[in-house]
Ligand binder design. Structure first.
Ligand code: SAH
Length: 441
């Protein structure tokens, strides 16, 4: 269990989670320069066997196996989030984060005509903390949402994390329906009485009017890596090291591989990472949003097509060699937002990426912090509120490293460019919250 604690006081009275010693995957980590041990993990044994029998594997295949292999994957059977885990995320640091995102979804729902129903779909929900905070805002604003039929849909591959999510979010007295063989592998009712379902794949989520959320999800999707050489682009593979027993190493493919088709003709970098899985998910989201309306809010650390070699491992809040003890550490690569935008293929409009600091400021984090500080008279609680704010907003911490990016129907931004659908009877005149300065009216 994480040492992070939920506030013992009333739901909207306090926002502190805990004092966090280190941060995940951002700039706050120890260099991990200790001498590298290489224990032979079950995953290493599996990969060595695989490579010896069928040849070197792509970095994408390596990430996929290491993170989500159904039998031994890093994400499948462990709880890696929190102080005692390998990394920590914004919703685990401060409940203000989820509250502001909840307000973002309500604001979009209002700006697009207050549909009679919507699905909130989260990709990679971790411990369920973020959706829990969003649901609390929905309950608090029950008078606004009172005639709206809401359902929650979680896309999660991890058996362990889905159990934690169910514990966090569902009503104990209503037994969960489980069916491991079905695309909807678990179903229940949230503490506030909203239907909630779990899937392994976005494709299986019903195609209704939806708001999609992905926080620190795209960075764990597998990437292919390419290196520019005098002979042209060559893909990076992972092979068994012939010099050292039980050790893996990076090698370059001797000739061009089909995946090189992912590289842009005018690419100027000398090393590129591409995640086709991320592309497929963006295409699916774009199609759904273009067809039925709604929006997707994506938050992650990343760049706009400028960075090169960003693949790295995290274990116990420290950087970790990605080829050592696979299956015991998180693997992650910065999200290339320019690629996500390209993969939307013009079906929807995109906003961002903008810095987390700017987005949260535009969403009113300062006002929210002040309200919570005014309500809290415990010095330790106030301290934690300020500490959480600093972690989320400080440019040296998460404020500049994390970005927000949104996909929206064209008519939401440009009014009338595309055919309207039943859910959106008229183009909206409201600016999209978070992506422009907050205007108090
Ligand atoms: N959004 C959470 C957790 C981020 S960690 C937070 O911000 O705290 C990444 C999450 O994505 C985990 O829940 C992990 O189990 C899930 N995940 C990783 N790969 C996945 C995949 N291919 N499909 C669905 N979920 C995945």
């Amino acid at each position: 269990m994480s040492a992070l604690v939920r506030s013992p006081v009333g739901p909207l009275c306090a926002a502190a989670r805990a004092v966090i010693p280190s941060i995940r995957r951002g700039k706050y980590f120890s260099s991990g320069n200790e001498p590298a041990e290489n224990p032979v993990t079950p995953m290493l044994r599996h990969l060595m066997y695989k490579i010896k029998s069928t040849g070197p594997i792509t970095v994408a295949e390596y990430m996929k196996e290491v993170l989500t292999n159904p039998a031994k994957g890093y994400y499948v059977y462990r709880d890696m989030l929190g102080e005692k885990g390998d990394f920590i995320t914004s919703p685990e640091i401060s409940q203000i984060f989820g509250e502001l995102l909840g307000i973002w979804f309500i604001s979009e729902w209002m700006a697009t005509g207050k549909s009679i129903a919507f699905q909130l779909v989260e990709l990679g929900p971790g411990k369920g903390t973020l959706v829990g905070d969003i649901l609390r805002v929905f309950s608090q604003l029950g008078s606004v949402l009172k005639n709206c039929d809401i359902s929650i849909h979680l896309v999660e591959v991890s058996q362990k994390l889905s159990e934690i999510q169910a514990l966090t979010l569902t009503e104990e007295k209503v037994p969960l329906e489980r069916n491991a063989g079905s695309p909807v592998y678990m179903k229940g009712v949230t503490k506030s009485g909203i239907p909630i379902s779990w899937y392994r794949d976005l494709q299986d989520v019903p195609k209704g009017y939806s708001f999609y959320l992905a926080h620190e999800f795209f960075d764990v999707l597998p990437v292919h890596k390419f290196q520019k050489t005098p002979q042209g682009w060559r893909e990076v593979f992972i092979d068994v090291d012939p010099q050292v027993s039980d050790k893996l190493r990076f090698v370059l493919a001797p000739c061009a591989t089909p995946a090189a088709a992912f590289i842009q003709h005018d690419e100027t970098r000398d090393h590129v990472e591409v995640s086709p899985d991320a592309g497929v998910i963006i295409q699916e989201l774009s199609q759904r949003i273009a067809l039925t309306g709604g929006a997707a809010l994506i938050a992650d650390y990343g760049h706009d097509g400028t960075k090169t070699d960003t693949l790295r491992g995290f274990c116990g809040h420290k950087l970790h060699d990605v080829l050592i003890a696979p299956g015991t550490a998180d693997l992650t690569a910065d999200v290339d937002f320019s690629y996500l935008r390209r993969m939307a293929q013009g079906k929807v409009a995109s906003l961002g990426p903008i810095k987390q600091q700017t987005f949260l400021k535009n969403m009113g984090i300062d006002v929210r912090l002040k309200v919570l500080l005014d309500k809290s008279d415990e010095p330790s609680m106030r301290q934690q509120l300020l500490h959480g704010y600093d972690m989320l907003m400080n440019p040296e911490k998460m404020g500049e490293r994390f970005n927000f990016f949104a996909l929206l129907p064209h008519q939401r931004l440009h009014g009338g460019r595309h055919q309207m659908n039943a859910c959106q009877s008229k183009p909206s005149a409201f600016p999209v919250a978070g992506f422009s300065e907050l205007a108090w009216q």
